[in-house]
Design a protein around this ligand. Structure first.
Ligand SMILES: Nc1ncnc2c1ncn2[C@@H]1O[C@H](COP(=O)(O)OP(=O)(O)OP(=O)(O)O)[C@@H](O)[C@H]1O
Ligand SMILES: [Mg+2]
Length: 404
């Protein structure tokens, strides 16, 4: 793919695309949504149920911000088929004509196509064609080639999965703490089942929660929503999805509990410093123009024998307020930070142009000032270091990282 083509590709999260679809397709979803609304999107699919929480930053055009960690649980429509398969297999066992893998596979396919999709929870029996010759076998509950599955049995296929989805919703609501969810939006193929939807609706009503699903085909919500998202937001400025920044050293302050037992080092001036401090260059949600550079200043004192190759690690932070340090005291990455790349520059020329200073220890050093510049296009972030020489800037090599 050429660079030009690549720059036309834009990514949207499944959750965000699903909300665009849901809001665009249904008054019941759209109703009551206003600036600041907190929306929980629950995509109950085949194998997994995925949940995300978004805040409405603008209603028209719709702009959403993800405000909590997405969650995922193994639960969805395929497990209903697994339970049905066990039951069908049990019912057919011992039958001279029907107790074989081919018949069972066909019967489960029929179940997927018909009984599963039609089940409302009110019918006495659901019927699944198991025998194309149309014979009856009342001992197996087969009537004219169709296996009767009683309501309670059908429910037993669905209920454990519905419970898992409800439990995941409950856990998400509890763990989202201060965020009060205004509306739960349900999408995904599993939620397309009338039975599943009505059970989840009852669950939500009991708890005073608003739950809605868009009209139309829920399993296509994401692909359609991605298009709507693209068409609606195509002309907007970009908004930084995360905080972007790099490491900075901080003064060692013994009384500060955050700093207290971190490893310290002495710089050339004899000052005690700690590593792994966080310095934001571009804040989450700030408006960014494509191609515009955002710079932040850094400095470092170099001795004569130091290496002048500077390497800086770039990180992004997902959630609301970045902490003071991006690494824990034992050196692990703090939850929410993502490594983006390493920017490098050779500051030899910069060093040569700078005047010497004398440290209290008598050592000669130079203080070099440089900047990290970040710029954004639709899908990538590029970063480079720059420093001043006389009147112009000199740039180090650029590093490209994909936005995540
Ligand atoms: N009307 C319906 N009634 C019951 N189940 C349905 C209905 N329509 C689709 N499903 C079920 O939804 C599931 C597929 O949903 P969907 O297309 O959202 O999943 P997916 O995105 O492929 O899976 P995943 O998100 O787990 O990767 C299948 O198990 C299918 O049987
Ligand atoms: Mg899916």
């Amino acid at each position: 793919m050429s660079a030009g083509e690549r720059s036309k590709i834009r990514f949207v999260s499944e959750g965000e695309a699903a909300i665009h679809y849901a809001i665009g397709h249904s008054p019941s979803v759209y109703d009551g949504i206003r600036l600041g609304s907190i929306l929980l999107i629950c995509d109950a699919g085949g194998g997994t149920t995925d949940i995300g929480i978004y805040k409405v930053r603008s209603v028209s055009p719709l702009y959403l911000e993800e405000v909590a960690r997405p969650r995922c649980r193994i639960a969805g429509g395929v497990f209903v088929n697994e339970a049905a398969r066990k039951h069908i297999k049990y019912q057919l066992r011992g039958s001279a004509r029907l107790d074989n893998e081919e018949c069972i596979v066909n019967a489960v396919r029929e179940f997927e196509r018909t009984a599963k999709r039609m089940f409302k929870g009110s019918e006495i029996n659901s019927l699944v064609k198991v025998d194309s010759s149309g014979q009856s076998d009342e001992s197996r509950n087969i009537h004219r080639g169709r296996l009767r599955i009683p309501r309670a049995k059908m429910m037993s296929f669905f209920d454990p999965l519905i419970k898992l989805v409800a439990q995941e919703l409950q856990d998400t609501l509890v763990s989202s703490g201060a965020l009060v969810v205004d509306k739960i939006i349900l999408v995904g193929g599993f939620a397309e089942s009338e039975y599943v939807y009505s059970e989840l609706k009852t669950w939500a009503n009991k708890r005073g929660l608003e739950l809605a699903k868009p009209d139309g085909v829920l399993s296509k919500a994401i692909s359609h929503g991605a298009l709507t998202w693209h068409l609606e937001s195509g002309v907007q400025l970009r908004v930084a999805k995360m905080h972007y920044g790099a490491e900075t050293d901080l003064d060692y302050v013994a009384q500060d509990p955050e700093i207290h037992d971190r490893r310290t080092f002495q710089n050339i001036l004899g000052q005690w410093r700690v590593r792994h401090g966080w310095n934001t260059i571009v804040s989450k949600n700030s408006r960014i123009r494509i191609g515009e550079e955002h710079a932040a200043c850094f400095h470092h004192e170099f001795g004569q024998n130091d290496s002048f190759i500077v390497e800086m690690e770039l990180y992004a932070y997902r959630w609301e307020e970045p902490p003071a340090f991006f690494k824990t005291k034992d050196g692990g990455l703090v939850d929410g930070f993502v490594h983006l790349g390493t920017v490098k520059a050779n500051l030899t020329q910069c060093f040569e142009a700078a005047p010497y200073c004398i440290a209290p220890s008598g050592k000669k050093y130079k203080r070099l000032d440089y900047q990290i510049c970040l710029s954004f296009d639709e899908i990538e972030i590029s970063a480079r270091l720059r420093w001043k020489t006389n009147k112009s800037y000199k740039y180090g090599e650029a590093t490209i990282a994909y936005d995540v």
